[in-house]
Design a binder for this molecule. Structure first.
Ligand SMILES: NC(=O)c1ccc[n+]([C@@H]2O[C@H](COP(=O)([O-])OP(=O)(O)OC[C@H]3O[C@@H](n4cnc5c(N)ncnc54)[C@H](O)[C@@H]3O)[C@@H](O)[C@H]2O)c1
Length: 258
């Protein structure tokens, strides 16, 4: 009988952390299923090399089910899953925060993560396979970031989701963990955060992006932002058998910030 393939699936795979994690998992010998939103199809194709790819919106449960089913048919049931797609939303005080935008952030970051985790977990359980799932949370969900109420709420929810799902899936031998990066750069989210905090007209940050960058890095004991590769290394560890007794936890990748 042919050996069962080790298949890893990533959502948000065209983004900075997704791409770095794809590289780390490829180096660990995983066959990759790289997925992202349809609007990121070109970026995904450009970064995916010869990996299997699919595009779907994680808020569309039917499309998520179809894509994970197609991955199982094409490559095998994914037994390592990085639930990573996410959006930041606007940067605005909560008393001015547009509720429609809050709904979208919560829909993508909470229900999108919930759906991917639930569908991928069900695929493993139904196939009788053990595995590991890691979700992208954030230090914003641990400490609460100013001007980011919807994002902070969404990432706190992801940490709760992981702790509950870890208990539900442990009897099937499936581990579930979260990672919480703080400031990761360079990249789209770092540039966006610096610019948006500067424009937020808040007492916490200056209105000059360069000054905001200095203020943010001053909050980090290691005095620098982390790299996507430093997040990817932790995700790859949690997805590997080296982390076989680690489940239901949130690993902070935050340079010592709290
Ligand atoms: N970069 C940071 O500083 C940082 C810090 C903490 C947490 N995070 C989290 O890490 C994850 C990845 O961040 P990143 O820095 O790589 O961001 P990124 O913007 O580079 O990548 C996010 C990816 O998610 C995809 N995506 C967004 N909405 C989607 C949807 N509805 N369906 C499918 N895909 C969708 C985007 O197309 C994009 O490719 C996110 O969940 C983010 O919240 C990032």
């Amino acid at each position: 009988m042919a050996p069962t393939r080790r298949v890893a699936l990533i959502t948000g795979a065209a983004g900075d952390i997704g791409q770095a994690t794809a590289q780390a998992l490829a180096a660990d010998g995983w066959a990759l299923a790289l997925t992202d939103h349809p609007s990121a199809e070109t970026a995904l194709a450009a970064s995916a090399g010869d990996a299997w790819t699919a595009t779907f919106d994680v808020t569309d449960d039917g499309a998520t089910r179809r894509a994970i089913g197609e991955c199982a048919s094409a490559l095998g049931v994914p037994t390592a899953v990085f639930v990573n797609a996410g959006v930041q939303g606007p940067f605005t005080r909560i008393d001015r925060y547009p509720l429609e935008a809050a709904r979208r952030v919560l829909d993508v970051n909470v229900l999108g993560a919930y759906t991917t985790l639930a569908v991928a977990g069900a695929a493993m359980v139904d196939a009788g396979r053990t595995g590991s799932i890691v979700c992208s949370a954030s230090m914003a969900g641990v400490g609460g970031a100013p001007n980011m109420s919807a994002y902070s709420a969404s990432k706190a929810a992801v940490i709760g989701l992981v702790k509950s799902a870890a208990k539900d899936l442990a009897p099937a031998g499936i581990r579930v963990n979260a990672v919480s990066p703080a400031f990761i750069g360079p990249g789209a989210m770092w540039d966006n955060q610096v610019a948006m905090q500067a424009a937020a007209d808040s007492p916490y940050y200056a209105d000059e992006p360069a000054t905001v960058a200095t203020q943010m890095l001053g909050m980090i004991p290691l005095r620098r932002y982390g790299s996507p590769a430093e997040v990817a290394a932790v995700v790859a560890f949690l997805l590997s058998d080296a982390a076989s007794y680690v489940t239901g936890t949130n690993v902070e990748i935050a340079g010592g910030s709290v």
